[in-house]
Design a protein around this ligand. Structure first.
Ligand SMILES: [Mg+2]
Length: 275
């Protein structure tokens, strides 16, 4: 695969699971790659659909593995959803949410009032909630039926766990959609909103930004639709065959972050030498 053009990659959006880590283990090259981004002053964000953890929790997990990411480097679909809402609703707007700590902290930190009754809500936001109750879902459905906008952090219908496949955020959305007949506005990957907000937060242009991911239908497809170039790594979900035969194949394909870092640093140093 051609390496040309990699010298114009100046900013990175990085998926988390299958790119930087798997379970409790860092993936090969993750620590060195992040160190290189810091050392070269290259802007990056860890862009995860997971809306249950706070940036502090994600950064803490990575730090324990020796990967030097700060909470400010983490951009979850919960934070992006808050950013999306802030563009459309005034501070103090009342949100009825279905979700865990990551979403609650992001909404409260973004200046929204959290309410529990459908009668008080301006908007409904849903994410994965592993302690969900029927009463909470009923409040959300009543609010949506009363005309509240229905916003969802991420579309993932299932999540792989040690036990097998369990329901994801998308399954909770589907439950509410089945009840109300209303489809949510979805923010997370592969939706373009998440990428646009992440690029805005990086302060870079789409032209100089690349999305690094392991999964075609979220990272690579979403990046392509958002107009950024893409780098796929084979340390997660999608296989080389799936990626190369897809509708929007990745711009570049690597075995892992070790290979990616070598190619990108090599391009940049030869570019600097030419200059
Ligand atoms: Mg992934």
């Amino acid at each position: 695969m051609s390496r040309s053009g990699m010298d114009t990659v100046n900013a990175f959006l990085l998926d988390l699971d299958g790119v930087l880590l798997r379970g409790m283990e860092p993936l090969p090259g993750a620590a060195e790659f992040i160190d290189t981004l810091h050392a070269t002053g290259t802007p990056f964000l860890v862009m995860t659909n997971n809306a249950t953890s706070t940036p502090d929790q994600v950064a803490g997990r990575l730090n324990k593995m020796g990967v030097a990411v700060t909470p400010d480097d983490v951009y979850s679909s919960a934070l992006a959803t808050v950013g999306w809402l802030q563009h459309r609703y005034p501070a103090g707007s009342r949100v009825l949410y279905v979700g865990e700590t990551g979403l609650r902290v992001a909404l409260a930190g973004g200046g929204f009032e959290l309410v529990d009754s459908h009668r008080d809500a301006d908007v409904v936001v849903t994410a994965l909630d592993r302690t969900i109750t029927y009463a909470r879902l009923a409040e959300a459905a009543l609010a949506i039926n009363a005309g509240c906008r229905f916003v969802a952090t991420n579309p993932d219908r299932s999540i792989p766990t040690e036990r097998g496949i369990e329901p994801g955020a998308g399954a909770i959305q589907a439950f509410l959609q089945a009840t109300t007949g209303v489809a949510p506005t979805v923010i997370g990957k592969p939706e373009t909103a998440f990428f646009t907000l992440a690029i805005e937060r990086l302060g870079c242009s789409a032209d100089e930004t690349v999305m690094v991911g392991d999964r075609y239908d979220t990272d690579i497809l979403g990046g392509a639709r958002a107009g950024v170039r893409t780098m796929a790594v084979l340390t997660g979900i999608s296989t080389a065959e799936e990626l190369t035969t897809a509708e929007f194949p990745p711009t570049w394909l690597f075995a892992d972050l070790v290979e990616l870092l070598a190619a990108w640093s090599g391009e940049r140093s030869s570019f600097l030498v030419q200059r």
